[in-house]
Design a protein around this ligand. Sequence first.
Ligand SMILES: *Cc1c(COP(=O)(O)O)cnc(C)c1O
Length: 344
Amino acid sequence: MRHVELRSDTMTRPTPAMRRAMAEADVGDDVFGEDPTVNRLEVMAAERLGKAAALFVPSGTMANLISQMTHCGRGDEMILGSLAHSFYYEQGGSAAVASIHPRTVPNQPDGTLPLDELEAAIRGDNIHFPRTRLIALENTHNLCGGAPLEPAYLRAVGDIARRHGVKLHIDGARLFNAAAALGVPAQQLALEADSISFCLSKGLAAPVGSVVCGNSDFIREARRSRKVLGGGMRQAGVLAAAGMVALSEMVDRLVEDHANARRLAVGLAGIAGLELDPERYKTNIIYFEVIKPGLGAAELAAALQQEGVRLLASGAHTLRAVTHYEVTAADIDYALNVMARIMK
Ligand SMILES: *Cc1c(COP(=O)(O)O)cnc(C)c1O
Protein backbone atom coordinates (compact mmCIF):
# COMPACT_ATOMS: atom_id res chain seq x y z
CA MET A 1 0.00 0.00 0.00
CA ARG A 2 1.13 3.50 -0.82
CA HIS A 3 1.68 5.83 2.16
CA VAL A 4 0.79 9.46 1.49
CA GLU A 5 1.55 11.72 4.45
CA LEU A 6 -0.41 14.95 4.11
CA ARG A 7 -0.98 15.85 7.76
CA SER A 8 1.90 18.29 7.97
CA ASP A 9 5.14 19.40 6.35
CA THR A 10 6.72 18.82 9.78
CA MET A 11 6.55 15.10 8.92
CA THR A 12 9.41 15.54 6.45
CA ARG A 13 12.42 13.40 7.31
CA PRO A 14 15.97 14.64 6.79
CA THR A 15 17.31 14.06 3.27
CA PRO A 16 20.36 11.82 2.63
CA ALA A 17 22.44 15.00 2.10
CA MET A 18 21.31 16.23 5.53
CA ARG A 19 22.22 12.92 7.20
CA ARG A 20 25.70 13.13 5.68
CA ALA A 21 26.14 16.77 6.70
CA MET A 22 25.00 15.96 10.24
CA ALA A 23 27.44 13.04 10.54
CA GLU A 24 30.34 15.16 9.35
CA ALA A 25 29.49 18.44 11.11
CA ASP A 26 32.22 20.35 12.88
CA VAL A 27 30.88 21.10 16.37
CA GLY A 28 31.62 22.95 19.61
CA ASP A 29 29.65 24.35 22.55
CA ASP A 30 27.17 26.82 21.09
CA VAL A 31 26.34 28.39 24.47
CA PHE A 32 29.99 29.50 24.44
CA GLY A 33 29.47 30.65 20.83
CA GLU A 34 31.94 27.98 19.76
CA ASP A 35 29.96 25.78 17.43
CA PRO A 36 31.37 26.62 13.98
CA THR A 37 28.45 25.02 12.14
CA VAL A 38 25.82 26.93 14.10
CA ASN A 39 27.81 30.12 13.54
CA ARG A 40 27.89 29.44 9.80
CA LEU A 41 24.17 28.72 9.66
CA GLU A 42 23.45 31.97 11.51
CA VAL A 43 25.57 33.97 9.07
CA MET A 44 23.93 32.22 6.12
CA ALA A 45 20.40 32.85 7.44
CA ALA A 46 21.07 36.51 8.27
CA GLU A 47 22.49 37.11 4.79
CA ARG A 48 19.60 35.30 3.19
CA LEU A 49 17.09 37.62 4.90
CA GLY A 50 19.18 40.78 4.65
CA LYS A 51 19.59 41.17 8.42
CA ALA A 52 22.75 41.80 10.43
CA ALA A 53 22.48 38.78 12.70
CA ALA A 54 20.61 35.55 13.39
CA LEU A 55 20.02 33.03 16.17
CA PHE A 56 19.47 29.28 15.81
CA VAL A 57 16.67 28.10 18.12
CA PRO A 58 14.98 24.74 18.81
CA SER A 59 11.51 25.52 17.43
CA GLY A 60 9.23 28.03 15.75
CA THR A 61 7.31 28.44 19.00
CA MET A 62 10.47 29.40 20.83
CA ALA A 63 11.48 31.70 17.97
CA ASN A 64 8.23 33.62 18.40
CA LEU A 65 8.41 33.71 22.20
CA ILE A 66 12.05 34.84 22.17
CA SER A 67 11.21 37.60 19.69
CA GLN A 68 8.19 38.72 21.67
CA MET A 69 10.00 38.82 25.01
CA THR A 70 12.97 40.60 23.46
CA HIS A 71 10.75 43.36 22.06
CA CYS A 72 8.32 43.62 25.00
CA GLY A 73 8.60 43.98 28.75
CA ARG A 74 6.21 42.79 31.46
CA GLY A 75 2.70 44.14 30.83
CA ASP A 76 3.46 45.48 27.37
CA GLU A 77 1.00 44.77 24.60
CA MET A 78 1.46 42.88 21.34
CA ILE A 79 -1.05 43.17 18.48
CA LEU A 80 -1.55 40.08 16.36
CA GLY A 81 -4.13 38.32 14.22
CA SER A 82 -7.05 36.48 15.81
CA LEU A 83 -5.92 33.37 13.88
CA ALA A 84 -2.19 33.82 14.43
CA HIS A 85 -0.31 30.64 15.30
CA SER A 86 1.22 32.60 18.15
CA PHE A 87 -2.20 33.39 19.56
CA TYR A 88 -3.87 30.10 18.77
CA TYR A 89 -1.35 27.30 19.03
CA GLU A 90 1.41 28.35 21.41
CA GLN A 91 -0.35 27.87 24.74
CA GLY A 92 -0.57 31.60 25.24
CA GLY A 93 3.13 31.54 26.04
CA SER A 94 3.50 35.26 25.46
CA ALA A 95 1.21 35.83 28.45
CA ALA A 96 2.02 32.72 30.49
CA VAL A 97 5.80 32.99 30.23
CA ALA A 98 6.63 36.53 29.13
CA SER A 99 3.79 38.56 30.77
CA ILE A 100 2.90 40.14 27.42
CA HIS A 101 -0.68 41.23 26.90
CA PRO A 102 -1.94 39.96 23.53
CA ARG A 103 -4.49 42.00 21.61
CA THR A 104 -6.04 40.49 18.52
CA VAL A 105 -7.33 42.08 15.33
CA PRO A 106 -9.51 39.84 13.12
CA ASN A 107 -7.53 38.06 10.41
CA GLN A 108 -9.00 38.39 6.93
CA PRO A 109 -9.18 35.22 4.79
CA ASP A 110 -6.01 36.37 2.95
CA GLY A 111 -4.03 36.39 6.21
CA THR A 112 -3.89 40.18 6.52
CA LEU A 113 -5.11 42.39 9.36
CA PRO A 114 -7.17 45.36 8.11
CA LEU A 115 -4.80 48.33 8.22
CA ASP A 116 -7.34 50.72 9.76
CA GLU A 117 -8.20 48.28 12.55
CA LEU A 118 -4.54 47.52 13.12
CA GLU A 119 -3.65 51.18 13.46
CA ALA A 120 -6.68 51.86 15.67
CA ALA A 121 -5.58 49.07 18.02
CA ILE A 122 -2.28 50.80 18.83
CA ARG A 123 -2.72 52.43 22.25
CA GLY A 124 -2.24 56.08 22.98
CA ASP A 125 -0.40 57.32 26.06
CA ASN A 126 -2.88 56.81 28.90
CA ILE A 127 -2.34 55.50 32.41
CA HIS A 128 -5.19 53.00 31.93
CA PHE A 129 -3.61 51.28 28.96
CA PRO A 130 -0.82 48.81 28.47
CA ARG A 131 1.88 50.10 26.15
CA THR A 132 1.75 48.73 22.61
CA ARG A 133 5.27 47.58 21.76
CA LEU A 134 4.85 45.05 19.01
CA ILE A 135 2.85 44.07 15.94
CA ALA A 136 3.21 40.44 14.86
CA LEU A 137 2.31 39.16 11.40
CA GLU A 138 2.43 35.62 10.03
CA ASN A 139 3.75 34.77 6.54
CA THR A 140 2.55 32.42 5.13
CA HIS A 141 -0.55 32.39 7.27
CA ASN A 142 -1.16 28.84 8.42
CA LEU A 143 -4.82 29.03 9.54
CA CYS A 144 -5.68 31.26 6.57
CA GLY A 145 -4.82 28.43 4.19
CA GLY A 146 -1.12 29.17 3.78
CA ALA A 147 -1.82 32.64 2.44
CA PRO A 148 1.30 34.63 1.52
CA LEU A 149 1.45 38.30 2.56
CA GLU A 150 2.63 40.57 -0.25
CA PRO A 151 5.48 43.10 -0.03
CA ALA A 152 3.07 46.04 -0.49
CA TYR A 153 1.01 44.94 2.50
CA LEU A 154 4.13 44.41 4.62
CA ARG A 155 5.29 47.90 3.65
CA ALA A 156 1.98 49.40 4.76
CA VAL A 157 2.22 47.64 8.13
CA GLY A 158 5.86 48.68 8.46
CA ASP A 159 4.82 52.30 7.87
CA ILE A 160 2.20 52.09 10.60
CA ALA A 161 4.66 50.50 13.03
CA ARG A 162 7.32 53.15 12.36
CA ARG A 163 4.82 55.98 12.65
CA HIS A 164 3.84 54.80 16.12
CA GLY A 165 7.26 53.68 17.33
CA VAL A 166 6.12 50.04 17.52
CA LYS A 167 8.28 47.04 16.47
CA LEU A 168 7.27 44.52 13.82
CA HIS A 169 7.88 40.79 14.19
CA ILE A 170 7.11 38.40 11.36
CA ASP A 171 6.43 34.75 12.13
CA GLY A 172 7.79 33.39 8.88
CA ALA A 173 7.57 29.71 9.80
CA ARG A 174 6.91 29.19 6.06
CA LEU A 175 8.52 32.39 4.79
CA PHE A 176 10.21 30.61 1.89
CA ASN A 177 6.85 29.26 0.76
CA ALA A 178 5.60 32.84 0.67
CA ALA A 179 8.63 33.93 -1.35
CA ALA A 180 8.18 31.03 -3.79
CA ALA A 181 4.46 31.72 -4.24
CA LEU A 182 4.96 35.45 -4.78
CA GLY A 183 8.08 35.06 -6.91
CA VAL A 184 10.11 37.47 -4.76
CA PRO A 185 13.33 36.94 -2.76
CA ALA A 186 12.66 36.10 0.90
CA GLN A 187 14.77 39.13 1.73
CA GLN A 188 12.10 41.39 0.28
CA LEU A 189 9.56 39.90 2.70
CA ALA A 190 11.90 40.59 5.62
CA LEU A 191 12.60 44.22 4.79
CA GLU A 192 10.06 45.79 7.15
CA ALA A 193 10.61 43.38 10.04
CA ASP A 194 12.56 44.25 13.18
CA SER A 195 12.65 40.51 13.74
CA ILE A 196 11.69 37.59 11.55
CA SER A 197 11.74 33.87 12.19
CA PHE A 198 11.51 30.86 9.91
CA CYS A 199 11.35 27.11 10.42
CA LEU A 200 13.97 24.77 9.01
CA SER A 201 11.92 21.80 10.21
CA LYS A 202 8.84 22.13 8.02
CA GLY A 203 8.88 22.16 4.22
CA LEU A 204 12.65 22.64 4.25
CA ALA A 205 12.90 19.14 5.78
CA ALA A 206 15.52 19.65 8.49
CA PRO A 207 14.82 17.49 11.55
CA VAL A 208 14.92 20.32 14.12
CA GLY A 209 15.22 24.06 14.32
CA SER A 210 14.18 27.58 13.49
CA VAL A 211 16.14 30.78 13.00
CA VAL A 212 15.37 34.29 14.24
CA CYS A 213 16.94 37.20 12.33
CA GLY A 214 17.28 40.87 13.26
CA ASN A 215 19.84 43.55 14.01
CA SER A 216 22.86 42.83 16.22
CA ASP A 217 21.44 44.42 19.38
CA PHE A 218 18.20 42.50 18.99
CA ILE A 219 20.00 39.19 18.48
CA ARG A 220 22.28 39.81 21.47
CA GLU A 221 19.20 40.22 23.69
CA ALA A 222 17.41 37.34 21.94
CA ARG A 223 20.38 35.11 22.86
CA ARG A 224 19.72 35.92 26.53
CA SER A 225 16.02 35.15 26.09
CA ARG A 226 16.86 31.83 24.44
CA LYS A 227 19.02 30.88 27.41
CA VAL A 228 16.39 31.64 30.06
CA LEU A 229 13.85 29.58 28.12
CA GLY A 230 16.23 26.64 28.18
CA GLY A 231 16.95 26.87 24.48
CA GLY A 232 20.73 27.15 24.75
CA MET A 233 22.02 24.01 23.05
CA ARG A 234 25.55 22.60 23.12
CA GLN A 235 26.91 20.73 20.06
CA ALA A 236 23.96 22.00 18.04
CA GLY A 237 26.07 21.95 14.88
CA VAL A 238 24.71 18.47 14.14
CA LEU A 239 21.32 20.13 13.75
CA ALA A 240 22.55 23.32 12.12
CA ALA A 241 24.34 21.23 9.49
CA ALA A 242 20.98 19.90 8.32
CA GLY A 243 19.65 23.45 8.44
CA MET A 244 22.35 24.62 6.05
CA VAL A 245 21.44 21.87 3.60
CA ALA A 246 17.79 22.93 4.02
CA LEU A 247 18.63 26.50 3.06
CA SER A 248 20.87 25.62 0.16
CA GLU A 249 19.00 22.67 -1.36
CA MET A 250 15.37 22.68 -0.28
CA VAL A 251 14.16 26.22 -0.97
CA ASP A 252 14.02 26.30 -4.76
CA ARG A 253 11.94 23.13 -4.93
CA LEU A 254 9.06 24.50 -2.80
CA VAL A 255 7.24 25.48 -6.00
CA GLU A 256 6.74 21.73 -6.61
CA ASP A 257 4.87 21.46 -3.29
CA HIS A 258 2.67 24.36 -4.33
CA ALA A 259 1.91 22.72 -7.68
CA ASN A 260 1.00 19.48 -5.87
CA ALA A 261 -1.22 21.33 -3.39
CA ARG A 262 -2.97 22.95 -6.31
CA ARG A 263 -3.38 19.59 -8.06
CA LEU A 264 -4.93 18.24 -4.86
CA ALA A 265 -7.20 21.26 -4.35
CA VAL A 266 -8.53 21.16 -7.92
CA GLY A 267 -9.10 17.40 -7.65
CA LEU A 268 -10.88 17.64 -4.29
CA ALA A 269 -13.12 20.45 -5.56
CA GLY A 270 -14.37 18.02 -8.23
CA ILE A 271 -15.50 15.41 -5.68
CA ALA A 272 -19.15 15.58 -4.59
CA GLY A 273 -19.54 16.15 -0.84
CA LEU A 274 -16.33 18.15 -0.48
CA GLU A 275 -16.20 21.92 -0.56
CA LEU A 276 -13.30 24.26 -1.21
CA ASP A 277 -12.26 27.06 -3.52
CA PRO A 278 -9.03 25.89 -5.15
CA GLU A 279 -8.21 29.45 -6.29
CA ARG A 280 -7.71 30.41 -2.68
CA TYR A 281 -4.68 28.23 -2.07
CA LYS A 282 -1.34 29.56 -3.23
CA THR A 283 1.17 27.57 -1.19
CA ASN A 284 1.37 24.10 0.35
CA ILE A 285 -1.54 24.15 2.83
CA ILE A 286 -5.16 23.55 1.90
CA TYR A 287 -8.27 23.25 4.03
CA PHE A 288 -11.58 21.82 2.87
CA GLU A 289 -14.99 20.99 4.26
CA VAL A 290 -16.81 17.69 4.17
CA ILE A 291 -20.51 18.41 3.64
CA LYS A 292 -21.91 14.91 3.24
CA PRO A 293 -24.64 14.29 5.83
CA GLY A 294 -23.52 11.95 8.60
CA LEU A 295 -19.84 12.12 7.66
CA GLY A 296 -17.49 14.07 9.93
CA ALA A 297 -13.88 15.05 9.34
CA ALA A 298 -12.54 12.52 11.86
CA GLU A 299 -14.42 9.60 10.23
CA LEU A 300 -13.27 10.65 6.79
CA ALA A 301 -9.66 10.92 7.98
CA ALA A 302 -9.94 7.45 9.56
CA ALA A 303 -11.32 5.96 6.32
CA LEU A 304 -8.50 7.58 4.32
CA GLN A 305 -5.92 6.23 6.76
CA GLN A 306 -7.14 2.70 6.08
CA GLU A 307 -5.92 3.25 2.53
CA GLY A 308 -2.62 4.85 3.50
CA VAL A 309 -3.63 8.50 3.06
CA ARG A 310 -3.09 10.67 6.13
CA LEU A 311 -4.89 14.01 6.45
CA LEU A 312 -5.53 16.10 9.54
CA ALA A 313 -9.10 16.52 10.80
CA SER A 314 -8.74 20.12 11.94
CA GLY A 315 -12.39 20.76 12.79
CA ALA A 316 -15.66 18.82 13.04
CA HIS A 317 -16.10 19.11 9.27
CA THR A 318 -12.77 20.58 8.23
CA LEU A 319 -9.70 18.71 6.99
CA ARG A 320 -6.22 19.96 6.28
CA ALA A 321 -3.71 18.69 3.76
CA VAL A 322 -0.12 19.91 3.52
CA THR A 323 2.26 18.98 0.71
CA HIS A 324 6.05 18.58 1.04
CA TYR A 325 9.04 16.96 -0.63
CA GLU A 326 8.04 13.41 0.27
CA VAL A 327 4.73 13.77 -1.60
CA THR A 328 4.80 13.35 -5.39
CA ALA A 329 2.21 14.19 -8.05
CA ALA A 330 1.52 10.43 -8.30
CA ASP A 331 0.84 10.38 -4.54
CA ILE A 332 -1.66 13.20 -5.01
CA ASP A 333 -3.43 11.26 -7.76
CA TYR A 334 -3.54 8.19 -5.52
CA ALA A 335 -4.98 10.26 -2.65
CA LEU A 336 -7.62 11.73 -4.98
CA ASN A 337 -8.61 8.26 -6.20
CA VAL A 338 -8.97 7.00 -2.64
CA MET A 339 -10.96 10.08 -1.66
CA ALA A 340 -13.32 9.76 -4.65
CA ARG A 341 -13.93 6.09 -3.83
CA ILE A 342 -14.66 6.80 -0.15
CA MET A 343 -16.95 9.72 -0.90
CA LYS A 344 -19.09 7.66 -3.32
C1 LIG B 1 4.62 25.50 12.98
C2 LIG B 1 4.44 26.93 13.21
C3 LIG B 1 5.04 27.57 14.30
C4 LIG B 1 5.73 26.81 15.40
O1 LIG B 1 6.78 26.04 15.02
P1 LIG B 1 7.22 24.77 15.94
O2 LIG B 1 8.58 24.48 15.42
O3 LIG B 1 6.21 23.71 15.66
O4 LIG B 1 7.22 25.21 17.34
C5 LIG B 1 4.90 28.93 14.41
N1 LIG B 1 4.21 29.63 13.50
C6 LIG B 1 3.62 29.06 12.45
C7 LIG B 1 2.89 29.90 11.46
C8 LIG B 1 3.70 27.69 12.26
O5 LIG B 1 3.08 27.11 11.24
